[in-house]
Design a protein around this ligand. Structure first.
Ligand code: FAD
Length: 334
């Protein structure tokens, strides 16, 4: 029989992931989730792993509701060396003794969370898209299954810390709070740098320096219907006009129209933007797995029977090479 884990105030630790010397948005989304989980009277601790002091980021976390920010600052943390980051999280877990550790469901979070869970004999729930807290304080974690065709609600048994990764772009980011109410502490976190088995030799950015797809609010995505690499240009122009990013189906990547870094779907990136515009994409289940949770979906396809229309909120039945430039023109006009 499952015992209830009801409690209204908790101590929550979150991994404030950074990239290129700045906090990732998912760190602020995890902070928002952490505040909800902590409840009134609970405590939210954040841990930053850096090699540059990260003073601004620590202040930003405190302004948005972190009670304590633990900063581990060491040259070994300049690049993502998992062993070093695991040592930092281990030190933070030991210092804080949290009920839960939250991480983004990012490449780093996916690597760290199960290893930290195993090291601490803790339960792990991955890729959480929503957190439900009922009137008794009972917490349920919602995550998609079977490539988004079903959802499950999971709870933890009492007595062990919870290790949770939250899907980027699904939960509201923590907003700055009234300065008068905020008091927070920044603490140095000491840890022992372990033997590192990996070294980063260099980072090659392949998405053309565009916004990270998993954090983009607007994505204009192209499929086989785009027909060539040059055919992506109108999509790029629409994305630029909307301040969004360009994505692609696997067929478009396989055909060499664009880089695999842009692939969305079961074997590509999972995205949940506010707006997803699918151009010349049929809507195969493997593609839907990566984008069907988008807030609003617009499909442009000349085949009115294309399955993409089954998940689309709005559809344009027509030629993308006519529709996309018209949309761009309209966006630039307003
Ligand atoms: P198509 O299915 O060929 O569709 C092209 C569409 O463009 C058609 O609907 C057509 O009507 C429309 N079209 C053509 N010309 C125009 C025009 N001028 N204007 C408007 N519409 C036009 N796919 C992914 O996307 N992501 C994945 O991660 C992924 N993982 C996979 C994993 C596995 C194990 C397998 C087996 C498959 C995977 N696939 C994935 C492939 C997937 O099954 C489909 O083959 C792929 O998504 C099809 O891409 P598409 O919609 O671009 O192409």
């Amino acid at each position: 029989m499952m015992t209830k884990t009801t409690r209204t105030s908790r101590t929550i630790l979150l991994f404030a992931e950074r990239r290129n010397g700045a906090l990732r948005r998912v760190a602020l989304e995890a902070l928002g989730a952490a505040r909800r989980l902590a409840g009134d009277g609970g405590q939210v601790h954040a841990v930053i792993a850096c090699a540059d002091g990260a003073a601004e980021d620590a202040a930003a976390l405190i302004a948005r509701g972190a009670d304590v920010v633990h900063v581990a600052d060491d040259p070994a943390l300049r690049d993502f060396a998992p062993e070093a980051y695991i040592a930092v999280l281990g030190a933070a877990m030991a210092a804080v003794g949290p009920d839960a550790l939250l991480l983004g469901h990012t490449a780093a979070g996916r690597e760290l969370a199960p290893r930290v869970a195993a090291a601490h004999g803790a339960g792990h729930i991955a890729d959480v898209t929503a957190i439900e807290i009922d009137d008794d304080g009972d917490v349920g974690f919602i995550r998609p299954l079977y490539a988004g065709k079903a959802f499950e609600r999971r709870q933890f048994l009492p007595g062990h810390p919870w290790i949770i990764t939250v899907r980027p772009n699904n939960m509201p980011a923590a907003e700055p709070q009234d300065a008068a109410d905020r008091g927070g502490t920044v603490k140095e976190l000491s840890f022992t740098v372990p033997k590192l088995y990996t070294a980063v030799r260099g980072i090659v950015s392949r998405a053309g320096g565009q916004l990270d797809l998993s954090e983009a609010d607007i994505i204009v995505s192209g499929g086989r219907g785009v027909r060539s690499a040059a055919g992506f240009e109108p999509l790029r122009q629409l994305a630029a006009a909307l301040g969004g990013a360009v994505g692609a189906s696997r067929a478009a990547c396989d055909a060499g129209y664009c880089d695999y870094a842009l692939q969305i779907g079961q074997t590509g990136k999972v995205v949940t933007p506010q707006l997803y515009i699918a151009c010349g994409i049929s809507g195969a289940i493997q593609h839907l797995a990566g984008m069907s949770q988008s807030r609003t979906i617009i499909a442009i396809n000349k085949d009115s029977d294309a399955p993409i229309f089954g998940v689309a909120d709005y559809g344009i039945i027509g030629d993308l090479f006519e529709a996309v430039p018209l949309l761009t023109e309209e966006v630039l006009r307003v």
